[in-house]
Design a protein around this ligand. Structure first.
Ligand SMILES: NC(=O)c1ccc[n+]([C@@H]2O[C@H](COP(=O)([O-])OP(=O)(O)OC[C@H]3O[C@@H](n4cnc5c(N)ncnc54)[C@H](OP(=O)(O)O)[C@@H]3O)[C@@H](O)[C@H]2O)c1
Length: 306
């Protein structure tokens, strides 16, 4: 495993694992059944939820055991207790891991005290007394400045090792620079070969901010996974196209945060440290860019649903 050093000297693994929200899946259509099936449906829902939780905890443990030591989470996904149980099951001690959490939009809308209250609930849920990385999930218009100030206070009180942000464009970062002496050292945003974000990455680099890629494999988007150029490179290295994409991130000094609860997929995603892409191959993948997001634009979205 390789590491990247942040401006404050903290070392981060070059790849991260984000389990996302437990039970995240397209909505189950429960209106198709008659009223008499309500108790059965409630029971099924309960059982399904317990199974989902178990699968989630086991998946976190297996990701850690396979080498993912940077774990990405958010208060928008839950209270963090399942993360604690996954870490416990993995057998690895908390201090060997880099844990991230984010401030939800819901807390941001309620102001500074709610941001802090939510943060302490995250520590309680994860059963930890500090977090390695604290970010806000989105730069919620008219609220993210106050959120940032609350985060800086938590940092100054010793509850946070490194401050970061997510989904910030250049103008959000410029605003933050005027607010406090502390600057974010990480920006997590959407990056993948369909949306390479070179300008924003360069701006972050010039300002001592490490870029993290969310949705790093574009959620397996068809426009990406069918591209012959990726298959050619993957065949040459005897790797899968996803391994090639994750390797492309790492060689571009971007930390990909990838999600899968599938043990085989986790193994595949971590197995990217025994080959290197040539400069020409990196350039070929850079050229895939069509400036296409698969997620939301922070300047054009409804923060109440994120
Ligand atoms: N800050 C933010 O606003 C923000 C927004 C979005 C995401 N994130 C973070 O980034 C993480 C990842 O983003 P994401 O979930 O949007 O996208 P992603 O990691 O690009 O894609 C996840 C999808 O890829 C599939 N997958 C992963 N590895 C695979 C493999 N080896 N073979 C086949 N399929 C594979 C998964 O399916 P299977 O489960 O079937 O493997 C899953 O459906 C999240 O969990 C979260 O931590 C942050």
């Amino acid at each position: 495993m390789d590491y990247i050093k942040l401006a404050n000297g903290v070392e981060l693994p070059t790849i991260g694992f984000g389990p996302g929200e437990c039970g995240y899946s397209p909505k189950y259509n429960s209106n198709r059944h008659g009223v008499w099936s309500i108790p059965r449906r409630a029971y099924n829902k309960f059982v399904r939820r317990q199974l989902q939780k178990r699968q989630y905890i086991v998946a976190i443990a297996s990701a850690i055991q396979q080498g993912f030591h940077l774990i990405d989470y958010s208060a928008a996904y839950g209270d963090g207790n399942l993360i604690h149980r996954g870490i416990q099951l993995s057998g690895l001690s908390r201090d060997k891991l880099t844990l991230t959490t984010r401030v939800s939009n819901r807390a941001q809308f309620q102001g500074k005290e709610a941001v802090k209250e939510e943060f302490f609930l995250q520590l309680k849920g994860m059963q930890i007394d500090y977090i390695d990385i604290l970010m806000f999930h989105w730069p919620v218009t008219d609220f993210y400045e106050t959120t940032w100030q609350a985060m800086v206070e938590l940092y100054q009180e010793g509850y946070v090792k490194t401050l970061g942000v997510a989904n910030c464009h250049k103008h959000h970062l410029e605003k933050l620079f005027t607010l406090t002496e502390e600057r974010p050292l990480i920006n997590q945003f959407e990056i993948h070969p369909l949306f390479t974000q070179k300008k924003l990455i360069d701006y972050c680099k010039k300002n001592g901010i490490q870029s993290e890629a969310y949705t790093p494999i574009a959620r397996f988007d068809d426009r990406l996974v069918r591209l012959p150029v990726l298959h050619r490179i993957a065949n040459k290295h005897h790797k899968s196209i996803l391994q090639v994409i994750l390797r492309w991130h790492v060689q571009n000094h971007i930390i990909p945060i990838v999600r899968t609860l599938n043990k085989q997929h986790q193994k595949e995603n971590f197995d990217i440290y025994d080959f290197s892409l040539s400069d020409a191959e990196i350039a070929d993948i850079d050229n895939i860019n069509i400036n296409a997001r698969v997620r939301y634009d922070p300047d054009n979205c409804d923060f109440t649903i994120l």
